[in-house]
Design a protein around this ligand. Structure first.
Ligand code: ADP
Ligand code: NI
Length: 217
């Protein structure tokens, strides 16, 4: 089994599992993360197949929509797809470990990851920033029935991972609890450069958002 075979088996599976998902974790998010991660990896020098598979599998059993143990589910998925032979056990265990710890979770999980895990984490976070990140945040908020912004609630900072996940604040709050912190959380220098521009765009967006709001009240 060649790396290209493994990649196409996993791509087909993930595409059909996530196509049309409505909270911003759809196949096209995964597609962009694969591309950004490959771009970052071109200068960072990780194992390309490991980077691609980590990117492909990273949202398949996300805690936001999967109730079971994501590590066990990923391991079963590797067997179902017949790709176990692609890597020795310790590499698969490393990939699964990285995937279980690469989510933001309010910024409370700062477990050290492998180089490939760090690259995919950077790519995943870049896709939560900038114009696309803004679109995803409001799509997620809409899917959860949340308000765009509510000045009576104001901006609330969260202090625990559980509070981050279970809170149901307006979506502008998400910029302050997560999106504006991502630039300073990039692992690789390549991603830091890409993050700068996306961060600046979000700052400009919020300035315009509040200016329009103020002009209406
Ligand atoms: P995490 O769920 O750990 O924040 P994800 O990468 O799984 O990280 O988030 C997926 C997408 O959903 C991101 O674009 C993220 O900003 C968005 N998202 C997650 N939580 C919220 C929220 N409370 N409000 C708006 N968007 C959110
Ligand atoms: Ni993701």
């Amino acid at each position: 089994m060649t790396p290209a075979d493994v990649s196409s088996i996993v791509r087909n599976h993930v595409r059909s599992a996530l196509l049309g998902e409505a909270t911003g974790h759809d196949w096209w998010h995964v597609f962009r993360v694969i591309g950004l991660a490959a771009k970052i990896n071109a200068t960072e020098g990780g194992d390309p197949l490991r980077v691609e598979l980590t990117a492909l599998l990273h949202d398949l059993f996300d805690e936001k929509f999967y109730d079971g143990d994501p590590g066990e589910a990923l391991s079963a998925c590797i067997d179902q797809l017949g790709i176990r032979e692609a890597f020795p056990d310790e590499v698969w265990n490393g990939i699964i470990f990285d995937i279980c710890h690469l989510g933001f979770k309010g910024g409370f999980d700062q477990t050290p990851l492998s180089l490939e895990g760090q690259i995919v984490q950077d790519a995943d976070r870049l896709d939560a920033m900038g114009a696309i990140g803004i679109a995803r945040a409001f799509a997620y908020g809409g899917a959860k029935g949340r308000e765009l912004y509510n000045p009576d609630e104001g901006i609330v900072t969260v202090t625990t991972a559980a509070e981050y996940r279970t809170g149901s604040r307006h979506t502008v709050n998400h910029f302050y609890e997560k999106l504006l912190h991502l630039r300073d959380r990039m692992n690789t220098n390549t991603a830091k450069i890409l993050a700068d521009q996306r961060h600046q765009f979000m700052e400009e967006y919020l300035t315009e958002f509040f200016a329009e709001w103020e002009s209406a009240v």
